[in-house]
Design a protein around this ligand. Structure first.
Ligand SMILES: [Zn+2]
Length: 94
């Protein structure tokens, strides 16, 4: 017996979509689907430093410590997103 990876409802064999939650039940297809989404989010993450920089420049005078912390956080999160995107692309090619 197979079970839906999303809602854990029992599935008939060869069902691609769960009748309970209407999600894809194939783990590979789900990975591809979410993988594409992650690449989109990764590219979105590249924009974070710009947002962080704008906020940093805006907050610098009022809250120097908070501004620096926010800028560093945005930088680290975007770097992590880029690394994840590269790893995923390498995984697709390999
Ligand atoms: Zn389900």
């Amino acid at each position: 017996m197979r079970y839906c990876p999303n809602c854990h409802a029992p599935l008939e064999a060869d069902r691609e979509v769960c009748p309970t939650c209407n999600r894809l039940t194939d783990a590979t297809k789900m990975w591809m689907l979410y993988g594409k989404g992650n690449i989109g989010f990764a590219f979105l993450g590249v924009l974070f430093p710009f947002i962080g920089l704008v906020l940093y420049l805006g907050l610098r005078r009022a809250l120097p410590r908070h501004a620096a912390a926010f800028f560093i956080g945005a930088l680290i999160s975007s770097l992590a997103a880029i690394v994840l995107a590269l790893l995923f692309l390498l995984g697709l090619m390999g």
